[in-house]
Every structure is written in structure tokens, then in C-alpha cells.
Design a binder for this molecule. Structure first.
Ligand code: MN
Length: 318
């Protein structure tokens, strides 16, 4: 059973101390959704903590109110814990304990792979971003302002590929139009979260894309970010985000993979597909998840074995 916006607003009104959580390695949707809800709850007179198990990536530090995001304090007692943009409990990483220790739990998410892990779950897999659902919640609370609107707008821009993905619906645009009535710089937000690059990431991008490998008549593409690439360019795994899009944008490419070396023989795998191939279904095979055209997981092994394996998985689906 899926909860309603009304149920969540009721749970919020009964609580005073509220903890918000987003997933590890947060993206603009996770952070923007969480911070927008935090601002709204603070305005409503609540005591709010916003928590994430990983540091805020450089590119999202421009988001209003991103400084207070921290690891939850041990033994903190909350009336209510709300997770945003998390498809399963383990996406909370080190925050699981403090999420579960609150008196009541709420999960707000938009992943098709969502697994129920809270008393109240508000899930809409047709939403292009979790921020679309958070918008409904904040509208019900009734205290939208320019700062909150800017955060939700940035979240939607991130997860919708700046309104370009197939997940974008008329509702996405209606929400964006509603948000733009408030005072924030939409063009600046799009630049910051979607277009902005820095020279180190530009160098990483050029280095890794120039070594891209193609299979099956250029329908499958693979790039690998190795520790040596990060060292040579002064970058890290956080700066790999989005580089894979350069592959899936190629007209012949139907499945694109980016492997990022986390530890020796341990890689983060990002998957982008063109429909009907499901990225989420491939990620599921490795215990990961995501959306139809964008998903991710962790993979262990020798890189060449992994490449052989994932190319075969793509080939079987074309
Ligand atoms: Mn999201």
C-alpha cells in the first residue's frame, strides 16, 4: 500500500524533531529534495536535521543550505525520520541505524525498484525526480518560497537531464512552471547543476572518453575510470558523474557502461540505455537498481572479466 501526501503531512504535524535522510553518494535530486523539505519544515517551526552518509559533492555545494548536511549524531532521538530518493534501506549507508531509531519512519521515493522499508511509503515511479513528490508535500504544508523552489527546480533539472529524459511528463513541466513563479535564478541553477564543468573534470573526460571501447557495431560502449586516470587529472569518483552521457548520446549506442575503480577489483558500474533495453534490469543482476534508462550497481572482479560479462548482458538484450 502506498501512503498519501495527507498521511505524511499529518505525521509531520505530530512530530517536533524530524530527521531527513538521503542516499549515499547523493545526486542533485537527493540533496535538493532533502534540503527543500528541510527548509519547509524549519519554516513550519520544526527542529530538523538533514543527514547523508557521504560528503556533499563540490558541484552541489551551490545548493542553498547544503552546509548543515552531516552524519547523524549517535543516540540522537527523533520523533520522525523521512528518507528521500532512497529505493531501499541499504541506500542509507551508515545512516540506517539512526533512521530506524526514530519513533516513526517515512520513505518518499520515485524508483521503480523501491522496496518498502518504512511505515508510510509515498512512492511514484512515474515521477522524473523525487522532487516532484516533495513538491506535492511542501505545497500541502503551504510554505513554498524562492529558496525552496530553487532547490526543487535544481533537483528536477538533475534527475530529468534538464527535462530531456523519457521520464519527463506534463506534470514535470507544470511543477517547473509553478516553481518558476518564485524568486530564484533558474538559468544559474541549470548552469550549476547541469552544465558547469571544471578543468580537472574536463581533462578526466577527455582522457577516459578517448579510450572508449565499442562493441557490436558500435551499439555497446564501455569506458573505465581507473585510479591512474584520477591520479593523472587530480580528480576522484565524484567527478565521473555525467561523463557516460557522452556515450549514450552517440546515435548507434544502445547500451553505455562506465566502470569506476573504487578499490582494486571493486568497481562502481553506471549504466545508460535507450529503450527498450532496461538499465535497471541489468543493474538488478548485480544487486543494484535505478530507472529504465539510467541505473547503477557495484561489481567485483578483474576489469576485463567484468567488461566481457557486461558486454554479453547488453548483447543478449539487443
Ligand atoms: Mn532521484
Amino acid at each position: 500500500m502506498t501512503g498519501s501526501v495527507g498521511e505524511i503531512v499529518k505525521a509531520i504535524s505530530k512530530a517536533q524533531n524530524i530527521a531527513l535522510f538521503c542516499h549515499t553518494n547523493p545526486d542533485g535530486d537527493a540533496l535538493g529534495s532533502m534540503l527543500a523539505l528541510a527548509l519547509s519544515l524549519e519554516k513550519a517551526g520544526k527542529t530538523v536535521g538533514a543527514f547523508c552518509d557521504s560528503p556533499v559533492p563540490e558541484k552541489y555545494k551551490c545548493l542553498k543550505g547544503s552546509d548543515p548536511v552531516k552524519m547523524p549524531a549517535k543516540n540522537a532521538a527523533y520523533d520522525l525520520a523521512i528518507s528521500v530518493d532512497c529505493s531501499s534501506l541499504d541506500r542509507l549507508g551508515q545512516s540506517i541505524k539512526s533512521f530506524l531509531s526514530a519513533r516513526k519512519q517515512v520513505a518518499i521515493d520515485h524508483h521503480a525498484s523501491f522496496q518498502r522499508f518504512a511505515e508510510i511509503c509515498l512512492v511514484d515511479s512515474s515521477a522524473s525526480a523525487c522532487a516532484e513528490i516533495i513538491f506535492d508535500v511542501i505545497r500541502e504544508i503551504g510554505n513554498m518560497d524562492g529558496d525552496i523552489a530553487g532547490l526543487l527546480f535544481g533537483a528536477i533539472v538533475t534527475d530529468s537531464g534538464c527535462f530531456a529524459f523519457s521520464s519527463v511528463s506534463p506534470k514535470t513541466h507544470l511543477i517547473a512552471a509553478e516553481l518558476m513563479k518564485y524568486d530564484f535564478d533558474a538559468a544559474q541553477i541549470i548552469y550549476n547543476v547541469f552544465r558547469r564543468n571544471d578543468i580537472a573534470r574536463f581533462n578526466l573526460q577527455n582522457r577516459v572518453l578517448s579510450k572508449a571501447r565499442f562493441f557490436e557495431n558500435n551499439s555497446i560502449a564501455v569506458i573505465i575510470f581507473e585510479t591512474a586516470d584520477f591520479e593523472a587529472t587530480g580528480t576522484g569518483i565524484a567527478q565521473t558523474e555525467g561523463i557516460i552521457n557522452g556515450l549514450i548520446d552517440i546515435d548507434s549506442v544502445k547500451v553505455a557502461y562506465a566502470l569506476s575503480e573504487v578499490n582494486p577489483k571493486n568497481f562502481k558500474l553506471s549504466i545508460r540505455t535507450k529503450s527498450p533495453v532496461s538499465a535497471a534490469e541489468i543493474a538488478n543482476r548485480f544487486g543494484g537498481g535505478g530507472h529504465i534508462n539510467a541505473a547503477g550497481c557495484r561489481v567485483n572482479g578483474y576489469k576485463e572479466d567484468i567488461v566481457e560479462n557486461i558486454v554479453k548482458l547488453a548483447k543478449d538484450r539487443l
